[in-house]
Ligand binder design. Structure first.
Ligand SMILES: Cc1cc2nc3c(=O)[nH]c(=O)nc-3n(C[C@H](O)[C@H](O)[C@H](O)COP(=O)(O)OP(=O)(O)OC[C@H]3O[C@@H](n4cnc5c(N)ncnc54)[C@H](O)[C@@H]3O)c2cc1C
Length: 327
């Protein structure tokens, strides 16, 4: 049986392991148990599409709020809704699903390659792992990419914190340039604390605006480009390690999980991974990239956000964003 070694047990790696483990000898390497900095927002349809236990859902949101020029607009998501997950639990559940299909989960850290084998540090001991196929799902700062001297994934800094004194009932998105820069800032409800963040360097302004005094953590998020290398010989990249984050919305969870399934199918059926990914997502990603660039132009940004108060336009935007709901 062919050996597949997967580096990184986040949503992308765990899902690839889950869908490959019945046909291959799959080992999943995860460096640590942690709660990755994340808003945790994910299209709720992923749960039935991928048969993911719904007890990982902490909130189901039926509306979101966009805030712009001191005006709050409530966007009704109808039955399409958005789910909020806590990453520590969500990622663990996805790894459990992989183990249920007999993937071997090992806690260790990929350090590089030696003699065409992967060097994994396990309890301070360097162990060499043989593989026929290696999947790099090790996130935006992929060590596998670095070890192969591939160009890093294009990325942007985000700032992120968990706060107690700004409770929210639903996701709030802030589109003023001062708060969200070229993109947006956000506040997402979580069980005890609200997760807040901004893409770019506007976090200080966001805190001032929300009257919050908190030190953020910086974390990178990929900015997708069409030409990112996602395969080199028998090494495949998926999720953040492949830059597969939707432009403009910066959703990575949904696309990491879907891309991992596309990759698993491509490996199982000997198909061209990039070709399969392009068939499914290229059009959508290119369109969102265009919209992202449009949003950088002040006049068009103003127009695009203002028209969201028109119900018909809201419906079109929600359909584009979330597609079908949980049912
Ligand atoms: C502040 C912030 C907020 C975000 N909010 C949202 C959101 O609300 N909704 C959304 O859809 N997306 C969000 N994202 C994006 C989302 O977090 C990522 O796109 C998603 O986690 C990608 O999944 P992944 O499995 O590709 O990578 P990751 O989740 O990064 O998983 C990679 C895993 O590999 C492990 N790893 C790394 N290096 C090694 C190594 N050398 N050896 C072994 N293991 C290794 C890591 O510990 C990690 O657990 C956010 C990102 C940031 C930074």
């Amino acid at each position: 049986m062919k050996k597949i070694l997967i580096i990184g047990g986040g949503p992308a790696g765990a899902t690839a392991a889950r869908f490959l483990a019945k046909d291959f000898d799959v080992t999943l390497i995860q460096d640590r148990i942690w709660d990755k900095p994340c808003g945790g927002g994910i299209k709720s349809k992923i749960f039935h599409q991928f048969d993911i236990p719904t007890d990982t859902i902490k909130h189901i949101l039926k509306s979101v709020i966009i805030e712009y020029k001191n005006k709050k607009t409530k966007i009704d998501l109808k039955d399409k809704n958005l789910a909020i997950v806590l990453r520590s639990e969500f990622d663990k559940t996805l790894r459990n699903l992989a183990e249920d299909n007999e993937a071997k989960l090992i806690y260790g850290k990929f350090k590089g390659f030696k003699d065409k084998k992967a060097v994994i540090n396990i309890n301070n001991e360097k162990i060499l792992f043989d593989y026929d196929i290696l999947i790099a799902a090790d996130g935006v700062n992929s060590t596998v990419r670095k070890s192969l001297n591939l160009a890093p994934v294009p990325k942007i800094i985000t700032h992120y914190a968990r706060v107690e004194n700004y409770p929210v009932k639903t996701c709030e998105f802030f589109f003023d340039k001062k708060l969200g820069g070229d993109y947006y800032a956000w506040a997402f409800p979580h069980k005890n604390k609200t997760h807040i963040g901004s893409v770019g360097n506007t976090f200080k302004n966001l805190c001032e605006y929300l009257n919050i005094d908190v030190k953020p953590k910086g974390y990178f998020i990929p900015t997708w480009e069409e030409n990112i290398t996602i395969q080199k010989d028998n090494i495949y990249f998926v999720g953040d390690a492949a830059g597969q984050v939707m432009p403009l919305s910066f959703e990575g969870l949904y696309y990491a999980i879907h891309s991992a399934k596309i990759l698993a199918n491509a490996i199982k059926n000997n198909l061209d991974y990039k070709g399969e990914w392009d068939k499914r997502f290229l059009k959508e990603f290119k369109l969102m990239k265009k919209l992202e660039n449009t949003m950088k132009k002040p006049f068009l940004r103003d127009l695009m956000i203002r028209v969201q108060s028109i119900k018909k336009i809201q419906n079109i935007s929600v359909n584009m964003w979330l597609g079908k709901g949980l049912k």
